[in-house]
Design a protein around this ligand. Structure first.
Ligand SMILES: *Cc1c(COP(=O)(O)O)cnc(C)c1O
Length: 411
């Protein structure tokens, strides 16, 4: 019989979302008349705007005749898309990239998992806590860790707590690490890093020959002028950072699938023999062997996001979500609940009132307000005592949910 990859057995059961569904089902069976509002999801809810939809349709229509038909495209994505992204999304930040440094893909989730292919297993990895679970679990799957302890921390991984006590900005690791995962604006905490704070991480990475994996999936939701959208806004980051960006949350592409990963040509690692080698070349090799590109109509739709009209329509939807975020944040704050995030990210991370645990608050919110969110402890041990509400959703539902929470806690 073929042997399985035993590392998968170290993974803890995907417990969070099934458990949330179980508790909602139990509640709705007992209370079929209750109008439950779900603010737990990390998925967009608004449809694609017209300009992007038209580009998508046109891309499909081009496949209908031989003159405009497209077969396999470049594994790295069409150069016209990379150039549009460089021009519209990076140049305005003062960041200069070459098309050969931008790799178009079908998602940031897969890219931040697949990137581990080009790194040796003995690299020491540092991960936030609470965290987007993909960073942790993909390291377990490739065999970089031992077993999990009873808190859920895996042997061999360095965990960096993000809590109110450290202003959601952990101290630099005291031990030497080789790979650091950073996500700003952060999921789940909704908090951001200033340029000065990012510079500390870049300086650490440069001084310690470490590489930063920078997940910028939510950069389009930044509303404050001085918050960096890209790690490459920090000097020297092109020598120590890989950046992941996605059209998923930015432009409603969660079901369409398009993302990009920037691997600068200046980014070097060492071979076993101690010679320098380019990560850009390795990633290119990896993608050419294991990936066959994103579909042509999807890339046409992605290009339309950055057309003048496309960006205006995209921005209108982002502003709509961020208005939801404001309503949630201000409503909860008025009810005496301490909230973080929600200014530069579509997530509000709240401190559970009356010292409740994350799950106790989940049950109370469901039973007494008929509102669903996500228990912070589901994102890692340091998320205990916190709770995530998402700004993705319908305005009326957001307003009603906030009214119910205010009635319950606002007195
Ligand atoms: C949603 C999300 C992504 C995007 O993933 P895709 O595969 O591009 O849809 C990446 N990182 C974080 C932290 C996210 O929440």
């Amino acid at each position: 019989m073929a042997r399985i990859n035993d590392h998968y057995l170290k993974l803890q059961a995907g417990y969070l979302f099934p458990e949330i569904s179980r508790r909602i089902n139990e509640f709705t069976s007992a209370n079929p008349e209750a109008a439950v509002i779900r603010l737990g999801i990390g998925d967009v809810t608004e449809p694609l705007p017209p300009v992007i939809l038209k580009a998508f349709h046109d891309g499909v229509d081009e496949q209908a005749n031989s003159a405009s038909f497209h077969g396999y495209g470049p594994e790295q994505g069409y150069q016209w898309l990379s150039e549009i992204i460089i021009d519209k999304a990076y140049k305005p930040l003062g960041v200069d990239l070459k098309a050969s440094e931008v790799f178009i893909s079908d998602g940031s989730k897969c890219d931040c998992a697949n990137i581990l292919d080009i790194f040796a297993l003995d690299n020491v990895v540092a991960i936030g806590d609470p965290v987007y679970p993909v960073y942790n679990d993909t390291n377990v799957m490739v065999g970089r860790t031992g077993e999990a302890d009873d808190k859920g921390y895996y042997q061999g991984i360095v965990y960096m707590p993000f809590t109110a006590e450290n202003n959601f900005m952990p101290a630099l690791p005291t031990e030497k690490v080789d790979i650091i995962y950073l996500c700003f604006p952060n999921n789940p905490t909704g908090t951001v890093a200033s340029k000065t704070e990012l510079k500390k991480w870049v300086d650490y990475a440069l001084a310690n020959d470490a590489i930063i994996f920078f997940d910028a999936a939510y950069e389009a939701f930044i509303t404050e002028a001085d918050i960096p959208h890209s790690i490459y806004e920090v000097e020297g980051a092109e020598k120590c950072a890989i950046e992941f960006r996605s059209f998923s949350k930015t432009a409603g592409f969660t079901g369409i699938r398009c993302a990009l990963t920037v691997v600068p040509e200046a980014l070097m690692g060492t071979t076993e023999a101690g010679e320098k080698y380019s990560f850009n070349q390795l990633w290119n090799r990896r993608q050419c062997t294991k990936f066959n590109g994103v579909s042509y109509p999807v890339q046409k739709a992605a290009a339309a996001v950055y057309s003048d009209e496309g960006w205006e329509q995209t921005k209108t939807i982002i502003d709509f979500y961020m208005e939801n975020a404001r309503i949630i944040r201000e409503g909860l704050t008025a009810a005496g609940i301490t909230c973080y995030g929600g200014v530069n990210a579509p997530y509000i991370w709240l401190q559970t009132p009356e010292g409740m645990s994350s799950w106790e608050f989940f049950d109370k919110l469901l039973n007494e307000c008929h509102v669903v969110g996500t228990p912070g402890s589901g994102f890692g041990p340091s998320g205990e005592g916190y709770f995530r509400l998402s700004a993705f959703g319908n305005r009326k539902n957001v307003e009603t949910a906030v009214e119910r929470i205010k009635e319950k806690w606002g007195k």
